[in-house]
Design a protein around this ligand. Structure first.
Ligand code: PMV
Length: 333
């Protein structure tokens, strides 16, 4: 058997149509409920993991620059999990390139940790099946569990039970008979926003609306899976927008409030409503930042993108289709 000590993987970001917001276990990154997303075909992350005996410490560079200690620590945690499973000790040199446009203000942790999970497992000689890979990516960033899967992915919260790590919490592909695009609408962001980890903890702990949203989400995810399978894109859109606005409502009700929606985001949400009133199929969703993502039919994506570019405060609109799961693109010994 041939052993490789260097591996490269590519993964794409995903946008949750039904959101993950809140953990029942912080250490193992176990969510309070199931979520469901579409993996995109734009803005990939390419990560190479090279094992190196002489290295005393792991090294991590992002877009050619040595990463800050906090980010490097999160990368090390994934490498440590892999090393513990295979019983190896070599340090690794990890380099990652994110094709997110400058000033996009988009989190790349989902594609980043999916690519890291795949490349590090391969470099250390660990053969992982889909669920294993998704669980490993999950430990870096919850949403990364879904970027290991292409198309539409449902991340199961898991059934809990004995093992603290809960092996039943991973993402898997769900059938979808829709031809959808997602328009990533990048807006000027006024203030620096609070990170998702901290914000979801604070929302769950202080928002009186949080429980109601978690309950509604359990229902939304089932309805979403049915709407996707039936090719009901209007149903998919309505659930997408309702679930996201509900999530942001729970944040606005947190004490003190967490507010990602900016004036420019609201202007985009207004335009989406206006487009619908003119008969277009367009539904909005938002994550832990002011940018808006708009779900639409693939055939209408280019013209709707033009309608969104004219909204004041919009910096850029990126048209995305449905993309693949994490892929190994190279290895060497
Ligand atoms: O995986 P994290 O910690 O970046 O959390 C992501 C949370 C949301 O993007 C807001 C929702 C989701 O399900 O992706």
């Amino acid at each position: 058997m041939c052993e490789f000590n260097s591996a490269t993987a590519v993964a794409y970001p995903n946008i949750a149509l039904i959101k993950y917001w809140g953990k029942r276990d912080e250490n193992y990154v176990l969510p309070t409920g199931d979520s469901l997303s579409m993996t995109l075909d734009v803005m990939p992350t390419t990560t190479t993991v090279r094992l190196s005996n002489p290295l005393e410490k792991d090294r991590f560079s992002l877009n050619g620059k040595v990463a800050d200690e906090k980010t490097a620590g999160r990368v090390r945690d994934i490498l440590d999990i892999v090393r513990a499973v295979v019983g190896r000790t070599e340090r690794a040199d990890v380099s990652s390139v994110n094709e997110v446009p400058t000033a996009a203000g988009l989190a790349s942790s989902a594609s980043g940790f999916a690519a890291l999970a795949s490349a590090s497992a391969e470099a250390y000689g660990l053969t992982l099946d889909g669920p294993w890979l998704s669980r490993l990516a999950r430990r870096g960033s919850g949403s990364a569990a879904r970027s290991t899967v292409g198309g539409f992915a449902r991340w199961a919260a898991g059934i809990g039970g004995g093992a603290a790590a809960d092996p039943t919490s991973y993402a898997y592909a769900v059938p979808a008979a829709v031809d959808a695009s997602i328009l990533v609408v990048i807006v000027d962001s006024g203030s620096k926003s609070i990170g998702s980890r901290e914000a979801m903890r604070h929302t769950a702990a202080t928002s009186p609306l949080y429980r109601a949203w978690v309950e509604a989400t359990a229902d939304d995810v089932e309805r979403m899976q049915t709407a996707l399978a039936e090719g009901d894109l209007i149903g998919v859109g309505e659930l997408t927008e309702a679930n996201a606005l509900g999530m942001h409502a729970t944040m606005l009700a947190a004490r003190p409030a967490v507010r990602y929606i900016s004036a420019a985001s609201l202007a985009v949400l207004d335009q989406v409503r206006e487009l619908r009133s003119r008969g277009h199929l367009a539904y909005a969703t938002m994550d832990a930042g002011p940018n808006v993502k708009v779900l639409c039919e693939r055939t209408a994506a280019v013209s709707l993108a033009d309608e969104l570019r004219i909204v004041p405060g919009v910096v850029k609109v990126i048209v995305a289709g449905s993309g693949p799961g994490v892929t190994l693109v190279g290895r060497s010994s």
